[in-house]
Design a protein around this ligand. Sequence first.
Ligand code: K7E
Ligand code: CUA
Ligand code: CA
Length: 618
Amino acid sequence: MSLGLTACKENAPPKTEPAASAPAPVAAAPAASHGKFEVPPGQLDDYYSISSGGHSGEVRIYGVPSGREIKRIPVFNIDPMVGWGITNESKAIIGTKPDGSLKYKTGDTHHVHGSYTDGTYDGKYVWVNDKLHGRVARIRCDTFECDKITELPNIQGQHGLFTDKRDPVDQSINHTTRVFAGAEFHIPLPNDGRDVNSPEKYGCLFTCLDADSMEVKWQCHVDGNMDLVATSYDGKLAASNQYNTENGVHYEDMMSAERDACVFFNIARIEEAVKAGKFVTIGDLKVPVVDGRAKANADPKTALTCYVPVPKNPHGVNVSPDGKYFVCSGKLSPTATVIATELVEKWFDGEGKEPRDCVVGEPEIGLGPLHTAFDNKGNAYTTLFLDSMIVKWNVDAAIKSFAGDKNAKVVLDRIDVHYQPGHGYTSMGETKEADGRFFNSGNKFSKDRFLPVGPLHCETEQLIDITSDKMVLISDHTAYPEPHDAIIVARNKIKTRQIYDMDEFPHAVKDPKSQTITRNGKKVTIQLASQAPAYSMREFTVKQGDEVTIILTNHDKVEDLTHGFGIPKYDICFIVNPQQTASVTFKADKPGVFWCYCTHFCHALHLEMRSRLIVEKA
Ligand code: K7E
Ligand code: CUA
Ligand code: CA
């Protein structure tokens, strides 16, 4: 302990002072610096970290700097706590087959990005991708619940996703207008059994969605594949790094070229081409698909796309908070590539020569660079997967060094992380309000950091103080596999509400004493209200073989007074928050008595809060 405290004094100067020549922190000591970042009991964090959950299919909210897990938002998964994938309302959002069952029960979230106004988060929505089934979901930030999901046509492996950072165009909508999504896997177009053995005919499409309707506006056919997506601050450019410009189908083929690319999309030109009818459609679908392949875009002055060569199998593309640079991390090359936004725009104006001339920096930073984040002082922080390190480097110095300045000091600091980091992200770092306070390293392997719990280890999120010259590790927290990217949003950007408005639900059961049972042939609808500690009906009887719909409205108005509803043997479990309505539909195929009970602890008489479902034998 005393050792730790000493290290704290030496390594963690007050925020306002430069670190002077503090020694580089070592793994064992920095935990002690947690003190000044501790969030004491009863106090709130400064930031929301809104994080993807990988193949759990969910999105999560952590507090920063405490690392407290505050919420899990079911999106592409099934969650009996909430009833996500169980209630009719959530099933309608996820999507159902003609028989009413869910179309998909799984998903894989990687990238969460928010809606923007004035180049910063406006706290209205976040969007997240589903790599598994090629979907995009929207989460409203007032309730942190998913309200829409769109399956993208003509693609597989929807990986990179980024929102429009320009100001809302339609003031009646008043939030980000477009969402951009890149497809990672190339497939036959259409993928209906044709061309399966002709990979040279496969294609990859970049998709633009309307952020409000969540409908697909257009797609752009590119050469090679797409990985991550980034956008400029003015709505003019979107970009995606490409690791498989070879169009390889085996990994050896995907790494045969020395350089891949970062493809830039000229959004205005693409939208003009769509307007002018210069597109094709694929199969029976109506979505306009423009041709963004290099051959069709040889003349910069009319080109929809610009392919900037980047070494080798790059991963990640991130925009600096001043909007001036797109940075790709090299992955198989120990470099980061700095591409100037202005030069890409000039290339599209016909004022450039080769797309490669848009590269203004390419520093060597370490092994296995994956993702880059930024502070407010012109520094970049890149995760080094193979080195298990974060490297801090200066963007201007990298540009000077690229121009031949041998004295430019590019790499400023390194810190060990535990272990093999994937994404790294900074507080407010993807906005014009990057504040240079925290960097979070999302590590793919925790190994020995936590108590062993069998073959599967959790992952480590490590929070690093970046306020001084030296990075200082503040804390570890566990993360259930597997988060990828997250955004760290200042808490004053988010305004949540705790109580629903009953009128938001057209089918709300308005009568708190409702005894309504409606029969229509074999279809029975039961309208039920909950008010602690009782449901409005103590029992209800249906006949074996009936199709039963239970609509439940929670009449309690007290914050957090949520009730649950579970039906044994019928696989029903969901909650209703204050003033919320939810419904379930099931076939009453088993005769007998079934105690519907409140699953969510609500009241001293919570255990007594139950109703009897009686299914009469046919
Ligand atoms: Cu690097 Cu899917 Cu963003 Cu994971 S991707 S780490
Ligand atoms: Cu109602 Cu527990
Ligand atoms: Ca490659």
